[in-house]
Design a binder for this molecule. Structure first.
Ligand code: UD1
Length: 365
């Protein structure tokens, strides 16, 4: 039996792929995992494989970092060889990272079908590398697995046939709901050397890694000043993504009173910390969704989001550095509001995605 080959490379891919792999395994489908090595630090990769109980990858390409063109080119040549060896029946890509773009470009010229998990999200912001990746990957995919109804409308607007589209829900939320049973906020705080009393007095979690926020030193320094205003009201825990390390440190993030910078955290510790937080400040895509399900107010430091359902149904709000502090104060003062969960964010998206993939394989055998 030719295998289904999953391509993962960056932190959010691991979280989205784990439930699909588990569900396909339950269906007895032969599968292989390829890790491109886009993320390679132990804290960005190994710890996620352990926390999510992902199988060791069959192939590790070790591509690493680079400019967009260099990284994508290295990903493509590595994946072309891997696909030639593995002889896939179908390739599955996740989300909007360069590893997924490269997988789609290579797959499209091999005649092997491609399934895209998290199809149809659009920020309509062409300056985001991820928006380019999303559009290209969706255009080249044979199976479009969407997390929310508006994603299907975007795909239809781009002329993609309805026969390719399947609303399966959000596999990242499957991982969250599974991990939820084992969350340990007190342990996570303790491992970071922080006082467990923060669980009573309240704290916020912040993350930043978007190029638009952290690549330019002046922008990064402004954001550090914005976070300092938040930290004047509530202690902030800030796990630092390697991308923003240099500019945010130069902007003084390590000297902000009330703000604790930590290394990147594993999946379990990070979710534990977020689950008990009074507030999250972020520019991450996945975290907008996770806070929605956890019912934690989320302030997103971006002018747009490809995940508007987290605003309409969830706890998310877009802010900029000028409005951040006031929005944080408002969120901290507001009574907790249980979110209205988007349809199919129920912990069963992985099995639904697997069923669609298995049916596609049977139809195209
Ligand atoms: C990538 C994704 C982004 C996603 C993010 C999640 C693209 C275009 N971007 O951004 O959509 O939200 O992952 O984290 O694919 N680095 C390390 N160690 C690592 C990985 C990266 O030090 O293990 C540093 C390197 O300096 C590297 C930089 O981070 O140059 C950026 O890494 P890269 O994979 O290019 O993109 P991310 O910013 O992580």
């Amino acid at each position: 039996m030719r295998p289904v080959v999953h391509v993962v490379g960056a932190r959010p891919n691991f979280v989205k792929a784990a439930p699909v792999l588990a569900a396909l395994r339950d269906l007895g489908v032969e599968q292989r995992l390829v890790h491109t090595g886009q993320h390679y630090d132990a804290a960005m990769s190994d710890v996620f494989f352990a926390d999510l109980q992902l199988p060791a990858p069959e192939v590790s390409l070790g591509v690493g970092s680079g400019t967009h063109a260099r990284q994508t080119a290295a990903l493509m040549t590595g994946l072309e060889d891997a696909f030639a060896d593995l002889d896939p029946a179908l390739i599955v890509g996740y989300g909007d990272v360069n590893s997924t773009l490269a997988a789609a470009l290579v797959t499209s010229k091999t005649g092997v079908p491609l399934a895209h998990v998290e199809a149809g999200l659009r920020s309509f912001d062409p300056t985001m590398p991820e928006e380019v990746n999303r559009r290209v990957v969706d255009a080249l995919s044979d199976v479009l697995l969407a997390t929310s109804p508006e994603a299907l409308a975007h795909l239809a607007d781009e002329g993609l046939p309805a026969s390719r589209m399947h609303l399966v829900g959000n596999t990242m939320i499957d991982s969250l709901l599974l991990a939820r049973e084992r969350l340990d906020p007190a342990g996570a705080l303790q491992r970071l050397g922080l006082d467990a009393a923060l669980l009573e007095t309240g704290y916020a979690v912040a993350t930043l890694h978007r190029p638009a926020n952290v690549d330019d030193p002046a922008t990064a320094a402004r954001l550090v000043r914005g976070l300092a205003e938040v930290a004047a009201d509530v202690p902030v825990v800030f796990p630092l993504h390697p991308r923003g390390g240099r500019t945010l440190r130069a902007g003084g993030v390590e000297d902000v009173p009330g703000l604790t910078v930590t290394a990147p955290l594993g999946y379990g510790d990070f979710l534990s910390l977020v689950s008990a937080a009074r507030l999250v400040v972020t520019d991450s895509g996945g975290l907008q969704e996770e806070t929605t399900v956890l019912g934690v107010p989320c302030l997103t430091l971006r002018p747009n989001t490809e995940r508007p359902i987290t605003i309409t149904s969830g706890t998310n709000r877009l802010v900029d550095v000028q409005t951040l502090a006031a929005a944080a104060r408002e969120a901290l003062a507001a009574p907790p509001r249980p979110p209205e969960l988007p349809p199919l964010w129920d912990g069963r998206a992985g099995p639904r995605a697997a069923a669609v993939i298995a049916r596609f394989l049977a139809d195209h055998a």
